[in-house]
Design a protein around this ligand. Sequence first.
Ligand SMILES: CC(C)(COP(=O)(O)OP(=O)(O)OC[C@H]1O[C@@H](n2cnc3c(N)ncnc32)[C@H](O)[C@@H]1OP(=O)(O)O)[C@@H](O)C(=O)NCCC(=O)NCCS
Length: 158
Amino acid sequence: MNTRVREIPAHLRVMAHDDIALVSDIERRSYDFPWSHGVFRDCLLAGYNCVVIERIDRVVGYGILSIAAGEAHILNLCVDPMYRDLGYGERLLDEVLDVASREDVGEIFLEVRPSNKKAISLYRKKGFRNIANRPAYYQAKEGREDAAVFSKVMKKAG
Ligand SMILES: CC(C)(COP(=O)(O)OP(=O)(O)OC[C@H]1O[C@@H](n2cnc3c(N)ncnc32)[C@H](O)[C@@H]1OP(=O)(O)O)[C@@H](O)C(=O)NCCC(=O)NCCS
């Protein structure tokens, strides 16, 4: 990616219903088992914290966080394959962590495929630790794949 691409400013904003088509397109190009359009619509309807990162007029990534009973769960974090390694994933994750912090979340969780070294490196960089594994959690091309559960303590209880 050349420097001019990197220099184009990007900003974060709340995801709107009109973003779902573009978000779903990024999702399809990013995962073997992508979420459908309807899953994103349900996330918005459920009031989850859904953010996008946008360059000029093009959405290039998104993050989805659910919060309940003082705990948060990162349900999705994804950057368009054409715009990776430019710092957008980290900015999205920082935003998600800021939302959790503002909402007074005690601990934040996520699942990730153990084979997803890039994402794991990003989560570790931001202070997440591998606390458990969920056997056969993900659909895989052949059978099922485990999930690594990561968490980050945002504030101590009590
Ligand atoms: C994981 C993902 C969101 C990272 O987004 P990105 O914009 O490419 O990442 P960034 O440029 O912000 O990089 C942030 C950190 O991610 C890690 N990372 C990014 N690219 C990497 C690579 N090629 N190799 C190893 N680590 C990498 C590093 O820790 C990096 O920090 P550093 O630059 O200080 O080394 C992106 O790869 C993605 O969308 N993947 C597909 C969807 C997915 O798997 N999401 C996670 C589901 S749990």
